[in-house]
Design a protein. Structure first.
Ligand SMILES: Cc1ncc(C[n+]2csc(CCOP(=O)(O)OP(=O)(O)O)c2C)c(N)n1
Ligand SMILES: Cc1ncc(C[n+]2csc(CCOP(=O)(O)OP(=O)(O)O)c2C)c(N)n1
Ligand SMILES: [Mg+2]
Ligand SMILES: [Mg+2]
Lengths: 322, 324, 324, 322
């Protein structure tokens, strides 16, 4: 069936909440599904016990999710905007990520943090950030970042069933993107990259919104006779290194596209991974597409300037083809 | 009790905030202003009662709903409107926008996209005030919802502990987005939390500009005397959506109606009329003057240039010659 | 009022904590135990008064000073001591150590190296209790210093708002490391903060195990009845350094002396003697029994193997077949 | 004069507090200098107005520092342990880092966050973390990471005089390391890497404690006839790319050594930087030395296993020499 990214997430929540009574949702204004509608209507089907509107207390929302997860429930936290995970950073980085390990495996911590993120609509400096790189750097967390409605649904379902904490980065620019979603319940495994477009000349490794920008760039470049392969890792932790390497060994040229800031971001790390696995296969330096190292500005021309697009991807591809 | 001129200034001040916000809403609806917009229509008495009780050099720290606080503090309407438009000559060169406006020249140290952030910034502003022996105060606005975040606790405790010149002014407009205050603040009272830190806390009618002015005035005197911070909870009503475009499914139409019945501007107008300080003609002149200011600000913003795209790379550091 | 057996169990329980901690201190001084060590010598009445007022299946969330809480909750001394030694068969396989001990089998959900972390974990534990209709309660310990962190505010507010079965038990031992409570908690009272959330808050004598037992018992009844959380501030004295090796330049020797004068163990002993429930011989037998348990735990820990270095890579995820 | 790393930081604080009355220190237990002694004795010289023992309120400590910095003071915050920056993450990532930019350059934010960090002495999961990678990824922050007493003093002085926020990562294993420190007031500029040992065969880029492990490895390898150059960036933001590239262009072989976890860390990013600047100069894939992707365990043999050492650096050098 055709549905949008937000509805696909909503479907995944419904399916998992029906399947497992331990699953509940918590967050600010989730009963009415503000701001992105993902949790809309859940209250009617599952009741107030399982759809909890919390006060503006990110540390308590995330911390309580861990307390519940340690003792038998499966919380799905809506961070409202990923930017606000800063208000619960200790709970994520020191508590959730570390407890299974520090306690010698005594506890499961099956929870999901839904992280709406990304640039767009002049959200400004506090509502536009890509912070996934911080969590890739924190051992004990799994990190997913879907680009299509089907992947969003499948990854969220898998994340909810995972016995360990999973962060799901949902680009807010994708919520109204429609795509084909299986009628049957379909899971997408973690650690399984997906080749969104096959091509022989260049491998573009892209996440979330940048997958679509890369596909657009690929269409344009095809007209110039350049065949671009677009590989979407879908989960960063675990990372499907095999699929990435297999593609690079065929194309010998790599572009890595993300929306986060250039410095110290996931793209820099992915470049390292590719180099580690495929150094001798590379015919050109890896090129990267990312935002410049500034906060996200408000004014449309400024915001547009820092937002990576198909143009940037196309330019990067041409560069590695030189 | 403020004198006639001060009262009339409050009246004009509230009208300026009201008409500015209503114009901003129109401009947003008309696609002239981008962003996630939160306006303070109905809450003008708090912004103006507070600003008029402070010295021009006192500091305020604001929120995501901060246009009115800046207008009341005396910020340039041209600079502010141009910023909301995202223009190059806006107060923040278009980098901040609605949730990140700042105008240090009038002591307005910034709106904030993160709730309750000002509660921990303010004690530091107060530390510098004390160190500089400047006799200023730092007032931070925050909402009823924001009062449930940790920084409220840490900031109030630190300011109380060190007897810092801070005023914590909570605008309780009954809602945090879709969530009623009673469903987010245990105990139902923000003011009641003050006692736990050994502080005075009072709940006032936030639709009575004189009550706000008096409460903030008392808190400022206390702060300047080195007696420490105060917590004020000002009850008010948000007439409009939480953000522009909010369907407001969570509340009944009656509330906006109640807001209009308790309109702080009409209320002050009646008081002024009763004392013979205002009549229809004078009211008309004031409105005309304020409207002219706003028309001018809009004309200025419309005529102003957008920033050059590459200006996105400026203002990050005072000086940064390095290649990244 | 607990019966004779219960009273004797409290006496033995406090003695077990005391002798365990003192042994740990010796072992640390002797280089047998690594890490940053914080012991609870002098604070035994709180750990034991609380644990004996709870059901075995109730949960506790602990702190950096958590050995005593686990001993009192009935954790295996062998498993605990082996963990403090960093041995492979410690309760956390040597991965946790003094600040991260956990023994889920007795409802002890973990010490914590981050102050006040338990204040936000506990409401979630309570949510699962409610969902499972298990009638358990979740008690979180925290210090007077930790009470000044945001999670205290957010956790208490959430638990109060949702009437969750949580007990917030503050061990006020007058100091946060080198900082006196009066210099960190504005107003000077942690218990007084409860009122702001519409909660019962009481300050009790934390060196009176019966007072702690009674207060926690009342809070547990309230929690199980669905009436919500309680905040208890138990005043006590830390006899020893904040951490092992602390020169304690910040306080006078008198305080430790005062601690010994108000020794919770001697105090209960006197009460038991007065009621003819304890005499020198019986006290000797109890001490001998506890000492034997601790000797056994030490012998077990000494004899246990260290983990294999590569075991550092296990226990991160339930299942992780991927190459990083 | 000979002094240890901690005393060199103490000296820098005294020198700067004498020079500029706007400078003050704030943190938990700093009056007595607990736990690392860096702020010891400052109270006697500068008084309680400028040496502030704060309650355990990291958000208020860091947030208030920004409020003070915006309005004329120069705070030096002692984070106690860098691990606890998680408790003030919003103040650092959303407030301090972004305010100059979001406000269009209206304010200076001259503050320093002193970040004692690192593995050692069975500190365990909450007292041993290397979190510098998160801050390298946040535009608007400068990040220093000294390895010697002289660099520590010089960088802290420069950081205090900088009109923008600077994080100084102080490895707690170095506090008692002694070294030569100039009698004269000496500043170390940001963005100036330092070649700690010259060598023709391999460039080892290392930070903080790993500089010393790398020097030890270099001594051992010299005996095998391998001449290792050890380059210490000293500041990660800004980064002295020129000095790194100059070295790599001579040696054609690179090892990057850090103490943080492998995944998404500063080493991964530095590998990208080297590849971007020197791809054609590399004769072998870059090798990295870092901790495995786990929290830091307590037990000595486990802690030792995850702690990168000279052995790891030597092994990596031999690998790139193959
Ligand atoms: C830390 C944080 N959490 C959540 C949000 C999203 N958010 C923006 S405004 C708002 C409601 C705020 O309510 P209140 O504090 O009462 O202020 P009001 O909007 O009523 O003026 C929320 C949840 C945010 N901006 N910051
Ligand atoms: C969030 C956080 N900040 C700082 C520290 C460092 N620290 C460890 S114990 C301690 C003092 C704690 O005082 P209190 O809460 O009263 O507990 P007590 O040590 O007295 O039992 C401090 C500051 C920490 N562990 N966590
Ligand atoms: Mg509100
Ligand atoms: Mg204490």
């Amino acid at each position: 069936m055709l549905m949008d990214f937000g509805d696909a997430l909503n479907l995944a929540l419904r399916e998992e909440m029906r399947r497992d009574p331990r699953v509940y949702c918590i967050g600010e204004d989730i009963v009415l599904g503000v701001p992105f509608g993902v949790t809309k209507g859940l209250l009617d089907e599952f009741g107030a016990e399982r759809v909890l509107n919390a006060p503006i207390s990110e540390a308590a929302i995330v911390g309580s999710a861990m307390g519940a997860a340690m003792t038998g429930l499966v919380p799905v936290v809506d961070m409202h905007f990923a930017d606000f995970v800063t208000c619960a950073m200790d709970e994520v980085a020191n508590q959730i990520a570390k407890s299974r390990y520090m306690f010698g495996g005594q506890i499961d911590c099956p929870l999901v943090l839904r992280m709406p993120y990304g640039i767009g609509r002049s959200g400004g400096g506090h509502h536009s950030n890509s912070v996934e790189a911080w969590f890739v750097n924190i051992p004990g967390l799994k990190v997913c970042i879907p680009s299509t409605p089907a992947d969003a649904r499948g990854l969220l379902k898998t994340a909810i069933r995972d016995p360990d904490p999973v962060l799901l980065f949902e680009h807010r620019g994708l919520y109204r993107l429609t795509g084909e979603v299986e009628d049957a319940e379909t899971l997408v495994p973690l650690g399984a990259a997906d080749v969104k477009r096959a091509g022989r000349d260049v491998t573009v490794i892209a996440t979330a919104r940048m997958v679509h920008e890369s596909l657009e760039a690929a269409r344009r470049l095809a007209a110039e006779g350049i065949e671009v392969e677009v590989v979407d890792p879908r989960s960063l932790v675990p990372l499907d290194r095999a699929t990435l390497a297999e593609s690079v060994r065929r194309t010998h040229r790599v572009v890595i596209a993300e929306e986060g800031p250039m410095r110290g971001s996931t793209g820099a790390w992915l470049a390292w991974v590719v180099m580690e696995d495929c150094f001798d296969d590379l015919d050109a330096p890896i090129a990267r597409v990312a935002a410049p190292n500034v906060p996200i500005p408000f004014s449309p021309p400024l915001e547009a300037f820092v937002t990576p697009t198909a143009d940037n991807v196309a330019a990067a591809v041409r560069q590695v083809m030189k | 009790m403020p004198g006639p001129d001060a009262l009339l200034a409050m009246y004009a001040g509230m009208l300026r905030v009201r008409l500015f916000e209503e114009r901003v809403r129109e401009l947003f609806a008309g696609g002239r202003i981008p962003g996630f917009l939160h306006t303070s229509v109905g809450q003008e008495a708090i912004a103006v009662g507070a600003a008029t009780a402070l010295r021009p050099d006192d500091y305020v720290l604001s929120t995501h709903r901060g246009h009115g606080h800046l207008v009341a503090k005396g910020g340039s309407l041209r600079g502010l409107m141009a910023e909301l438009y995202g223009k190059a000559n806006g107060i923040c060169h278009g980098k901040g926008g609605t949730m990140h406006i700042a105008d240090v020249s009038v002591g307005y140290l910034g709106a904030n996209g993160v709730l309750a952030a000002g509660c921990v910034l303010a004690p530091g502003v107060a530390l510098s005030i004390r160190q500089r022996k400047s006799g200023q105060v730092a007032l931070t606005f925050f909402g009823d919802g924001a009062a449930n975040r940790g920084p409220f606790h840490e900031g109030v405790n630190l300011a109380a502990l060190w007897r810092l010149p801070v005023i914590f002014l909570c605008e309780n407009n009954r809602w945090a987005s879709t969530t009623a205050t009673g469903l987010s603040a245990a105990g139902g009272s923000i003011a009641a939390r003050a006692a736990g830190y050994g502080l005075p806390g009072e709940r006032i009618d936030g639709n009575d500009v004189l009550a706000v002015h008096a409460a903030v005035g008392r808190a400022a005197v206390r702060a300047r005397a080195g007696e420490g911070p105060s917590l004020i909870e000002a009850a008010t009503i948000r007439w409009v959506g939480h953000f522009e475009g909010d369907p407001q499914a969570y509340r009944s139409r009656d509330e906006a109606a109640e807001g209009r019945r308790t309109d702080p501007i009409a209320r002050l107008a009646r008081a002024l009329e009763a004392r013979g300080l205002l009549d229809a003609a004078a009211a008309g002149r004031i409105r005309a003057g304020v409207t002219a200011e706003i028309d001018d600000a809009v004309a200025h913003a419309e005529a102003s240039p957008l920033p050059r795209p590459e200006d996105a790379l400026t203002d990050l550091f005072a000086h940064y010659p390095w290649r990244d």
